[in-house]
Write a protein that binds this ligand. Structure first.
Ligand SMILES: Nc1ncnc2c1ncn2[C@@H]1O[C@H](COP(=O)(O)OP(=O)(O)OP(=O)(O)O)[C@@H](O)[C@H]1O
Ligand SMILES: [Mg+2]
Length: 203
């Protein structure tokens, strides 16, 4: 089973992924946790390039391709082998993030970004995706509280993130069987229960 989490920075993805992993392990299911971009040595090098505020001149198409490259390596090195071993793979961000941040946010077009990602993933799709939805203003507040120094993507303006949020919601509306939209402003314990109820159903 392949599960992904999506949503703006600070939406609560890491918090819920850890809780879900603990529940899966308690239920006796082996779990692989990964994050994007990164999750492999090559992917971590690409992540550093992608998030480095000094790389202001990165072309939108280059950005989309670097994300796709990190994803291709992650699938090759970690995700496909784990799925083949029967593990539950939980990934922090996946193709939907590229459709939203690069396709919609940077204006590359969702079809162009979908197409390079079909190549990168060989068409592998999550069985289940949780979209943690929060307003841009909540994202800003949570991120500001957590750390110092915004990365290259976080430095974009509120209008950009508002386009990204709307794109995530549009993807969810198009694929209601795969994507579960959760109100990320609810408390963490409630969200954990809700997520577990969905995962238990398909286990
Ligand atoms: N349901 C919630 N209600 C209120 N605060 C929350 C909730 N879930 C997480 N937080 C807090 O919001 C902050 C961001 O949470 P978290 O790191 O889980 O988000 P994230 O989606 O993984 O963010 P990023 O994309 O930056 O990695 C943390 O300080 C966390 O404690
Ligand atoms: Mg996180």
């Amino acid at each position: 089973m392949f599960i992904t989490f999506e949503g703006l920075d600070g939406a609560g993805k890491s918090t819920q992924i850890e809780r879900l992993a603990a529940r899966l392990r308690a239920a006796g299911r082996p779990v692989l946790l990964t994050r994007e971009p990164g999750g492999t040595p090559l992917g971590d090098a690409l992540r550093a390039l992608l998030l480095d505020p000094a790389r202001r001149d990165m072309a939108p198409a280059a950005e989309a391709l670097l994300y796709a490259a990190s994803r291709a390596q992650l699938l090759h090195e970690r995700v496909r082998p784990a799925l083949a071993r029967g593990e539950v793979v939980v990934c922090d961000r996946f193709v939907d993030a590229s459709l939203a941040y690069q396709g919609a946010g940077l204006g590359l077009g969702e079809e162009a970004v979908a197409s390079i990602n079909r190549f990168a993933t060989g068409g592998l799709r999550p069985d289940l995706t949780f979209l943690m939805d929060i307003p841009v203003r909540v994202s800003r507040t949570r991120v500001a509280g957590g750390r110092s120094g915004a990365d290259r993507i976080e430095q974009r303006d509120d209008e950009y993130f508002s386009v990204v949020r709307d794109a995530f919601l549009r993807i969810a509306a198009k694929e209601p069987d795969r994507v579960v939209v959760l109100d990320g402003t609810r408390d963490a314990a409630w969200l954990e229960q809700e997520i577990w109820a969905h995962v238990e159903k398909i286990l």
